[in-house]
Design a protein around this ligand. Sequence first.
Ligand SMILES: Cc1ncc(COP(=O)(O)O)c(C=O)c1O
Length: 355
Amino acid sequence: MDFSSDNSFGVHPAIMDAVLAANGGTAVSYGGDDITARVKARFRDLFETDLEVLLVPTGTAANALAVSAFTPTVGAVFAHAEAHIAVEECGSAEFFSGGARLVPVTGFGARMTPATLAAALEACPEGNSRVHVPSVLTLTQATECGTLYRPDDIAALAEIARSRSMAVHIDGARFANAVAALGCPPADIAWRAGVDVMTFGATKNGAMSVEALVLFDTSKAAELDRLRLRAGHLLSKMRFMAAQMDACLADGLWLKLAGDANAAAARLSAGLAALDGVRLAWPTEANEVFAVMPSGLSAHLDRAGARFHGWTTVGLAGTDAMPGKGEELRRLICSFDTGTGAVDRFLAVARGYNG
Ligand SMILES: Cc1ncc(COP(=O)(O)O)c(C=O)c1O
């Protein structure tokens, strides 16, 4: 009953097998190998366009490098106030960009809106040479609250970004979960909606350690390649990272695994919401469930050995979902390997609480 993170789970066997299979003979180092070339071709097919791909081992590196390629050191990067890049990456984007500033944008469920983005942009009035230059808009898909941006949402935000000459980045650590939930072509929530560069996550979706920096604006590819090297994220034995991504993308495995994670979360969410005294903080749209529950139930589940985290209530301030006295907010994440068995065991324990 581990719902602590999609990172807590292991590696999907097909992906592990691909790493082992890549272990024969020699291969050109630093990404000149055949598997890396195949991964690029797969991404071009997947997104139905020309693009460039750079693999890195962590989502933090992907986000920071993507942002730093598109911002000057005096740039302003607009991110949701609860975004991972803003609160969980230790200033990586600011550091790698050489001092760009992250400007927080508000919005319920970790989703910014055209109105909240426009309000945040007022921090950087046009023609004012004493403030940072708006340079990047970064959106998380699926968001840190497990909610989604629809294609039109992204297009509307990208239009505002474009009106201020900003590039658009997607932190897609859980992009696969978003695509599986929305059922749209990946391009519809990427370049077709105005996205220039994205982090395409695989680690949380059954890989060991690989994320792709996907550049739809290929003009920055050579610079980003150097930034990756300078940051120490150009792996010499690239084939082993590439093999993971190759297996993810082969035969739609990435989408199947994300769909399985989403289905487990939907089952968990429905079961929890049906319990007396439990309510969802945000709708469950991908593979994360946020439930406000009685503290007694929360402790009962902990005692039964369930693993899941408490979560900040900052995003619930002023809303009906805000936990009251004797209640708390907890986050449950389902992975490709959670399965219905763990969900049903957890719900059975929860139903057995009679506090
Ligand atoms: C939305 C989001 N973006 C980026 C990251 C960073 O990934 P990593 O831990 O691989 O650096 C995470 C990790 O939890 C995340 O949830």
